[in-house]
Design a protein. Structure first.
Length: 65
């Protein structure tokens, strides 16, 4: 079931990526729900996803703290 949660989280983040504040809020929710190894996967996904979206780079601080 955790794979489903990880995929759902990515889907939500992609849909709200137009708004950096909303993106950060959803990211904070995801941190509370995901398992540690899923967080590592999410961190890697975020690094590649935010390459073309500099307005979302600030949200990387949330997962790195």
């Amino acid at each position: 079931m955790s794979k489903i949660m990880y995929d759902y989280t990515k889907s939500v983040l992609e849909r709200v990526s137009f708004d950096p504040l909303l993106f950060c809020k959803e990211l904070e929710k995801a941190i509370k729900m995901l398992l540690p190894y899923e967080m590592e996967q999410l961190r890697e996904w975020l690094l590649s996803y935010t390459i073309g979206k500099p307005e979302l780079k600030q949200c990387l601080l949330i997962v790195n703290s």
